[in-house]
Design a protein around this ligand. Sequence first.
Ligand code: SAM
Length: 162
Amino acid sequence: MQSKDHWEQIYTAKAADELSWFQAHAELSLRLIRNAGTPLTASIIDVGGGASTLVDDLLASGHENVTVLDLSGAALAVAQARLGSRAAAVKWLEANVLDAELPAHAYDVWHDRAVFHFLTDAASRAAYVRQVAHAVRPGGHVIVATFGPEGPTKCSGLDVVR
Ligand SMILES: C[S@@+](CC[C@H](N)C(=O)[O-])C[C@H]1O[C@@H](n2cnc3c(N)ncnc32)[C@H](O)[C@@H]1O
């Protein structure tokens, strides 16, 4: 099964809060973004944001320039429905992070929770790093959360690299 089909099926089959990675609030991510000294005007992208509530809390904190990118349109639709009219304040990109057309040096903060570890081949990891170098403003912050050496070998039924 192609990766996009996998993720569309996951987000269609279950409610977002039934998924193993669901967080009512992405506390650690919010803290890391805050600790980076991110101003409310900063451009933030949540890569593979899926149906995460991070965007809700960023908007609630007053962040004005938030982008959520995900392979799955179903995941983005869940987040948009939850946000209601506030969804219009967010830029939504249904795309693969590896080949998405991202603006150059546009993002002050690149946030990825549990996406990079799905890149099990070196060529994909290199493509990801190229996207980061292209899209993040020099001096910007890159926050990537993946499984550590003791973590699970699979996530959402897919192999991961720890
Ligand atoms: C384990 S979930 C984590 C979702 C979210 N970051 C969170 O913390 O709730 C992984 C997410 O990455 C997305 N994803 C996987 N591979 C991707 C890719 N190559 N490009 C963009 N999104 C991807 C999936 O659709 C899914 O929403």
